[in-house]
Design a protein around this ligand. Structure first.
Ligand code: FAD
Ligand code: NAP
Length: 550
């Protein structure tokens, strides 16, 4: 390839790689590129690093994968040094960790903050990307890596009158940086996904009155969060080689945990119940891995869902409220399962009311109230916990033009099409981290991020070492992969839910199951095999003849 530009080329605003986004994906990508001596520029629309943890500052925000595992593994010194305070670190601590990583690995000088990437265009003659940013400038790069995040495009719902509301309106995914004090206020929370479920118990403690507007009840498992003891931290630190290996290679979801060896119907009622009870007491996401068929067998799934519904009925004192809170329109786990701290118990408080907007939808928001079912619920503040245009939303906001001027939005109009979730045919040298078609949001995302970054970095070095100009997914390989992703999804119960995995939360978005459900271990193996076979299914310029000959 025309030699990858040297460090000196920086002044000409030309880089080996432009990375979009400075969350965990963009930060690690930059570090890897530094290690490999590549020039890189990261553009981040926020004013700091951390991505998700920079934007989602709502009360109660914390991770749902345990912190000793929801953390980078690429540096043993880092994982030995960093002290997570709780089983699930709160947002400020995760953001502090991201900032620590940025400083520790000298990332900041190559990140341009407060700068959104608006357009990226591939010049087919020069084999170079032109990237235009919100400050009106254009830089060029051999490669573009989209580290734009799967849950980074907060979705404001289209509710009549919302803009005319006189009080404050907040979105969980775009929370202010200054503290928000709900003391003495009447607050509405709209939305009961993971964000709403984390925020409700905390806001309930402050607000004079909290009204929760629920369209769909969700399954939620207690987090059982607690301070981490020194022994617990020590155990992880000593066992990290095996914990991380297992999470990468053997786990489906990138989490170190026991693997189930039997299905739910292989146990009798009492045995099954006691296993569910034990997991409920333990808390956390691994509740779903007690049996190996909960995601594929409806009868098995029902036993698990019934258990959780019973728990809700035990916790919530008012039977009518309990019934409304019991999910009944999707298999447990087919939407991202929520992890909570005293969510259901919050509805026992005298200052918390649940409003069912499934049967009585929100009609409009007036200057001082949410109107639903003909009734005005007067509030001082509204919290929108209404989620994201997930997986494709942030990519779609960028005007990306590949070969023949085709835009990525045109290509993905009927749903995202990628090969391995990493590249899309017709868009050479453009990579996506944790893109649709990869395990991504179905996993401990740091495991998936590290895997993609390592793969992309290896690939770019492979090209540099061989003087290759371009790399592009082959259309037939992509078609086969898209079909495979779809086929695997439909062997499970997942597509039964109107979830954001399916694009179902955004009106008009194509209904495609976007992430790859084959598991992080098998997926990693596929990616490694593709690379070992000289990037099978991709075309690297200059190699076509050799490939054809072989
Ligand atoms: P992000 O962290 O989303 O970073 C992407 C960055 O790109 C953002 O900062 C954004 O501003 C920037 N960007 C986007 N478009 C542009 C553009 N055009 N120009 C410039 N910059 C741009 N996952 C887990 O595995 N475990 C968890 O416990 C967990 N908890 C979560 C809690 C919340 C509240 C949310 C919303 C998500 C959670 N996730 C969790 C998923 C989480 O998004 C990932 O774990 C991870 O943080 C994603 O990192 P990322 O770098 O890929 O994306
Ligand atoms: P979400 O799961 O998409 O939930 C959005 C909620 O808003 C749903 O209850 C939805 O109802 C409701 N809603 C959307 N539009 C509405 C409208 N117009 N009127 C009324 N209600 C509306 O979004 P999220 O809670 O932000 O979570 C997104 C993902 O981020 C999670 O699944 C998870 O992966 C991640 N996350 C993780 C954590 C954590 O625990 N670490 C915390 C937050 C987020 P319907 O279901 O009926 O559409």
């Amino acid at each position: 390839m025309a030699a990858l530009q040297s460090v000196a080329a920086k002044s000409a605003a030309s880089y080996d790689v432009v990375v979009v986004g400075a969350g965990f994906a963009g930060m690690y990508m930059l570090h890897k590129l530094h290690v490999q001596g590549m020039t890189a520029r990261v553009f981040e629309q926020g004013s700091g690093v951390g991505g998700t943890w920079y934007w989602n500052r709502y009360p109660g925000a914390r991770c749902d994968v345990e912190s000793m595992q929801y953390s980078y593994s690429f540096s043993d010194e880092l994982q030995q040094d960093w002290n997570w305070s709780e089983r699930y670190a709160p947002q400020p601590e995760i953001l502090a960790y991201a900032n620590h990583v940025a400083d520790r690995f000298n990332l900041r000088s190559d990140i341009q903050f407060d700068t959104g990437v608006e357009r990226a265009e591939f010049d087919e003659r020069a084999n170079i990307w032109s990237v235009t940013t919100s400050d009106g400038k254009t830089v060029t790069a051999k490669f573009v890596v989209l580290a734009t995040g799967c849950l980074s495009n907060a979705r404001k719902p289209d509710i009549k009158g919302l803009d005319a509301f006189k009080g404050k309106v907040y979105h969980t995914g775009h929370w202010p940086h200054e503290p928000v004090d709900f003391c003495g206020q009447r607050v509405a929370v709209i939305g009961t996904g993971s964000s709403g479920i984390q925020a409700v118990p905390v806001i309930a403690e402050q607000a004079r009155q909290l009204t929760v507007f629920q369209r769909t009840a969700n399954f939620s498992i207690p987090a059982r969060n607690a301070a981490l003891t020194e022994e617990e931290r020590k155990w992880f630190r000593q066992n990290y080689p095996e914990v991380r290996r297992f999470a990468r290679e053997e786990a489906r979801a990138g989490i170190y945990t026991e693997m189930p060896d039997r299905g739910a119907l292989d146990d009798g009622d009492n045995e099954r119940r006691s296993k569910y009870e034990a997991r409920w007491q333990r808390g956390g996401l691994t509740f779903m891995s007690v049996y190996n068929n909960l995601g594929i067998d409806q009868t098995a799934n029902d036993t698990d869902a019934d258990f959780v519904r019973e728990k809700i009925a035990e916790i919530v004192k008012d039977p009518e409220t309990a019934k409304l809170l019991q999910p009944n329109n999707h298999p447990i786990g087919s939407k991202r399962i929520c992890i909570d701290t005293e969510y259901f118990a919050a509805f026992n408080r005298p200052n918390v009311t649940l409003v069912d907007i499934k049967s009585n939808p929100i009609e409009e928001i007036t200057s001082n109230a949410v109107r639903a079912g003909g009734k005005d619920y007067e509030v001082d503040a509204i919290v929108l916990a209404t989620g994201f245009d997930a997986m494709t939303g942030s990519v779609a906001k960028i005007d990306i033009r590949g070969r023949n001027g085709q835009t990525l939005n045109q290509k993905w109009a009927e749903g995202p099409k990628t090969y391995l979730g990493l590249m899309s045919a017709g868009f050479p040298n453009l990579f996506v981290i944790t893109g649709p078609g990869s395990p991504s949001v179905l996993s401990n995302m740091i495991v998936s991020i590290e895997q993609h970054v390592d793969w992309i970095a290896d690939c770019v070095v492979y090209m540099r070492d061989r003087g290759l100009e371009t790399m592009e997914a082959n259309k037939d390989a992509e078609d086969k992969w898209v079909a495979h992703v779809n086929e695997v999804a439909y062997t499970t119960l997942y597509p039964q839910a109107n979830s954001w995995y399916m694009g179902a939360n955004v009106p008009g978005k194509p209904r495609i199951f976007m992430p790859y459900i084959g598991g992080v271990g098998p997926y990693r193996q596929i990616c490694n095999e593709v690379a070992a076979k000289g990037y099978e299914g991709f075309t690297m310029a200059g190699t076509e003849r050799a490939r054809a000959a072989s």
